[in-house]
Design a protein around this ligand. Structure first.
Ligand code: NAD
Length: 328
């Protein structure tokens, strides 16, 4: 039986990845600081522990896994990454995890290892024009990410590629672009724009108002989690090491995202623009390299993923409402 280790299995993408690996017949060990918040894990073995601890990490590598996925990171949405208040923790925690996991994988001669980097590594200077951001893979240098989260990802990308060169390891590096879907964080400050928008619209009455950070004309693309998992597995099993974008090329403004969610909800919604952490002005995936190297790229329309995500967040919201309604 093929075996897989998923670090960060208690998180959003990790949870979906474990389900997919189980469906493919793998024996899966998941590792995380916590269990999944919104669903039972599908992993055969789930170990709670801290990947910053090298001894714990060594224990997790008690066999030669066929596939190792390193998704664990100290991360969050713009509200967590861009205030500056969490910079030291983000850099220290994520870099330590990557150093530990990669070294343990080397010591156990793991067959192949995947690392999830981020679109946040791209230079801020290429993302000032909301209509024409440049996120082609080779544009990463000269490096100038707009956050310490991005700098750590860039360091860790290089770490994986250096281990591949110097230790003959099979490493795969993807740069994820804004992944969203059900069973992801949707409230509390670490949620991303699609989840936040779905929550705000679901909570608003018809003809109500939602708050949007900035003027809403900043652009982004968003990738549904199933396609992210598909791309991850295809890259892992390909001959191409990356780094390569895994993202959608359907770029929208945040205002257009709000309009799409309101339309899905069947509500008329007014937007109130307030100051808030924004990140770069424009960002879009560039999928030329992934198409050329693994003959695949995400194709599903944003709306399809948003419909599923909105339905799931609406259910979460009403579940949370229930005790209050019963009490009143
Ligand atoms: P997530 O926060 O839901 O999952 C990360 C998991 O790592 C969490 O469950 C967390 O508990 C775990 N973790 C953090 N520190 C740990 C530690 N010290 N020991 C053990 N576990 C620890 O995030 P996600 O959205 O599932 O993202 C997965 C990966 O993809 C991350 O590396 C992230 O940086 C990267 N990524 C995600 C996106 C996105 O849009 N979701 C975009 C770009 C890159």
């Amino acid at each position: 039986m093929r075996t897989a280790l998923v670090c960060g299995a208690g998180g959003f993408i990790g949870g979906h990845l474990v389900k997919r690996l189980k469906a493919e017949g793998f024996w899966v060990r998941g590792v995380d600081l916590k269990f999944n918040e919104f669903a039972e894990t599908a992993a055969d073995d789930f170990c709670i522990g801290d990947l910053r601890d090298p001894l714990f990490v060594r224990e997790m590598f008690d066999r030669r896994f066929d596939e190792v996925y390193q998704l664990a990171a100290d991360m969050g949405g713009a509200g967590y990454i861009f205030t500056g208040a969490n910079d030291a923790a983000i850099m220290h925690n994520s870099a330590t995890i990557n150093l530990n996991v990669l070294e343990a994988a080397r010591c156990r001669n793991a067959s192949r290892i995947f690392y999830s980097s981020s679109a946040c590594i791209y230079p801020a200077y290429n993302q000032e024009d909301p209509d024409n951001p440049n996120c082609a893979e080779e544009s990463a240098y000269p490096a100038a990410p707009d956050s310490e989260y991005g700098w750590e990802k860039l360091f860790s990308e290089r770490l994986y590629l250096a281990y591949a060169r110097n230790h003959g390891m099979t490493c795969r590096v993807a740069r994820y672009h804004n992944i969203f879907g059900p069973e992801g964080t949707w409230t509390g400050g670490k949620e991303k724009a699609p989840a936040a928008m779905c929550r705000k619209v679901a909570a608003a009455p018809d003809n109500g108002e939602i708050e949007i950070w900035g003027d809403g004309e900043q652009t982004r693309s968003f990738l549904y989690v199933d396609e992210c998992v598909e791309g991850t597995l295809r890259l892992m099993r390909s001959d191409f090491c990356g780094p390569v974008n895994i993202g959608s090329e359907e770029m929208v403004t945040i205002n257009a995202l709000a309009t799409m969610v309101a339309d899905i909800a069947g509500k008329r919604i007014r937007r109130r623009h307030i100051p808030g952490p924004l990140g770069v002005r424009g960002r879009n995936s560039d999928n030329r390299l992934i198409r050329a190297k693994i003959d695949w790229a995400p194709e599903r329309p944003l709306r399809m993923g948003l419909e599923r995500t909105y339905a799931w967040i609406e259910r979460q919201l009403h579940r949370n409402d229930q005790p209050q309604r019963l009490a009143s």
